[in-house]
Design a protein around this ligand. Structure first.
Ligand code: ADP
Length: 563
């Protein structure tokens, strides 16, 4: 018996632990997908490779296993670059596999021809081509391993049409698989020097205003228990980045989220775990941070530590490093205690800001602003208890205001536009979350603009009957409303809609109904409460179209200074 390259690729994926794949099938990879399914891999077929790639990247983050996605050659690969680049920038493990043209016809204008190795390189840790069927198992093993090793990221595997059609005997295929399995990289934990651990503990112990900041790298590392132990043993306030939210509950007494400016502006030692000092953390520089703050950075990437040049860098897996820190502290414990002036200052400020926000949230504003529906969504999510749903969020105001209002109590339950501020990730992330964490409901809170990038994937939700409720904040455009200055409204095309406009009162809820899903159109608090109560308990695909005042919120959300 002989098997072809498609079967060998599918077998390699199954043998090396891949349980889910995302993608769009077509020439030359349809039979690869079919064979994968027959080997027990769940294949989620999308409408667009971009969304499939976003899904794979989020799946990698949520599961700690590379998210694998499949595309056709040429344009399929180009669409998939969105997912690969998203994985690279967020440092999430993903593998893009694309079919490519026949090797003998490369360079002659073959069907969907592209030099896909070169195209993927800027976004990939490793781009490899199987030039012969015998290379398939080892190539599959390498991309899966590289995606996970060191700083996680995206890798690319190119499977030319001729290689997918080549054949080998069953026994030879088995030998190739065994050989590739033997050569797979086992990831060894890095060794951290004792003196660095002692120095980190000493810095924290002697700080007057210490702060622990953690991000999605710590979430990826599953550092929640170690971080909880550290925070509770030392009494040091903590600040999560948007996707770090939930590693410790937002409701924790030491949470500094509602006192963010004070916490980062006044801390004298900041232990930053799995979070980059990039734009999201104001580059760790004044005026947001004190010029004298001493950073202790924990990151799996030595390059990251080199780039930031912190006071002290600890290279290693976040969970491992924090566990070692905890051990060191246990021998000679210290704790700030709730009456410590720094802890009190943060706690008082947080309570004050929280109370101010609650006054605004308590109002029922109709037509809806952003706060009223977000409060209703927050309360409906809270009522679900544990396991908490995974919240997917994108959009300018919807995401910015939502981040402050929605409460995260469990790790890895928030997915948003991330490091790149990528809009259009929503539906792909919803699908990944539903597949990766079937025990959780998925609730997307999206602007209409973000939703529109990949709205056709609501059909995918319905096809696989995924428990996803997509709440669309519909303000009729990008940022909502025509906000142009009078001089911008002139010219020969002045009767066209504004570049930020969509059709007013769009029926997004009807989109999912076209495929047999459930749609809700809501404009009042009671309508929204009822739609959420019904759709959350049904755990079926639904779109809740929430009509928002087009002039609520601000252009570019919280990033106005950059527009
Ligand atoms: P956030 O957006 O939450 O601030 P970033 O994406 O900026 O987080 O930073 C995440 C960091 O975590 C990256 O620099 C990445 O190298 C690092 N990282 C990834 N995996 C691990 C891990 N297992 N342990 C420690 N750091 C990690």
């Amino acid at each position: 018996m002989e098997i072809d390259g498609n079967t060998l690729a599918a077998r390699s994926l199954a043998r090396f632990g891949v349980r889910h794949m995302f993608g769009v099938v077509g020439i030359p990879v349809t039979s690869l997908a079919n064979r994968a399914v027959s080997l027990g891999i769940r294949f989620i077929a999308f409408h667009n490779e971009q969304s499939a790639g976003y899904a794979a990247s989020a799946y990698g983050y949520l599961t700690g296993r590379p998210g694998v996605f499949l595309t056709v050659s040429g344009p399929g690969c180009v669409h998939g670059l969105a997912g690969l680049s998203n994985a690279a920038v967020n440092t999430w493990p993903a593998v893009m596999i694309s079919g490519s043209c026949d090797q003998a016809d490369a360079g002659r204008g073959d069907f969907q021809e592209l030099d896909q190795i070169e195209a993927t390189k800027p976004f990939s840790k490793l781009s490899v081509k199987a030039t012969n069927i015998s290379e398939i198992p080892s190539c599959v093993g390498r991309v899966l391993d590289w995606a996970l090793s060191g700083r996680p990221g995206g890798c690319y595997l190119d499977l030319p049409t001729d290689v997918l059609h080549q054949k080998v005997s069953e026994s030879h295929a088995e030998r190739l698989l065994l050989e590739a399995e033997k050569n797979r990289n086992r990831i060894e934990p890095s060794v951290i020097s004792n003196s660095k651990i002692e120095e980190a503990v000493s810095l924290l112990r002697h700080a007057e205003r210490p702060l622990i900041v953690f991000g999605k790298g710590a979430a990826y590392a599953r550092a929640e228990h170690a971080l909880t132990k550290l925070v509770e043993a030392t009494g040091i306030p903590f600040l999560p980045t948007p996707m770090g939210k939930g590693l410790l509950p937002d409701t924790h007494a030491l949470a500094a989220t509602a006192a963010r400016s004070l916490a980062i502006g006044k801390c004298d030692v900041a232990l930053v775990v799995g979070a980059r000092l990039n734009w999201l953390l104001h580059f760790g520089e004044p005026p947001k941070w004190s010029k004298d703050v001493k950073f202790i950075l924990v990151d799996v990437s030595e390059d990251e530590i080199e780039l930031r040049k912190p006071h002290l860098g600890l290279v290693g897996d976040a969970k491992h490093v924090i566990e070692v820190l905890n051990k060191e502290i246990k021998d000679d414990p210290f704790c700030l205690g709730s009456t410590h002036p720094w802890v009190q200052a943060i706690s008082n400020k947080a309570k004050e800001n929280f109370a101010k926000m609650e006054v605004q949230l308590a109002k029922d504003v109709v037509p809806f602003n952003f706060l009223t529906p977000l409060r209703i969504i927050r309360d409906a999510i809270k009522a679900l208890g544990s396991p908490a749903p995974i919240v997917v969020s994108e959009g300018a105001n919807t995401m910015d205001v939502g981040r402050a209002v929605l409460v995260q109590t469990e790790p890895r339950t928030r997915l948003d536009a991330g490091t790149w501020g990528t809009m259009g990730v929503g539906l792909g992330y919803c699908i990944a979350a539903a597949v990766a964490s079937p025990e959780r409901l998925v609730v997307a809170v999206e602007g209409d603009s973000g939703f529109g990038f990949s709205a056709m994937e609501v059909e995918t939700l319905v096809r696989y009957q995924l428990p996803v409720v997509v709440i669309v904040f519909n303000n009729g455009g990008v940022y909502g409303g025509d906000r142009r200055r009078p001089e911008e409204r002139d010219g020969p095309h002045k009767d066209d809609p504004a570049p930020t406009d969509f059709v007013p009162n769009a029926g997004y809820h009807a989109l999912i109904e076209a495929f047999g899903g459930k749609g809700y159109l809501v404009g009042t608090p009671d309508e929204l409460k009822s739609a959420l109560s019904e759709s959350f308990s049904a755990r079926k695909p639904a779109v809740v179209n929430v009509v928002i005042d087009p002039y609520a919120g601000s252009e570019s959300g919280r990033m106005q200074h950059k527009n």
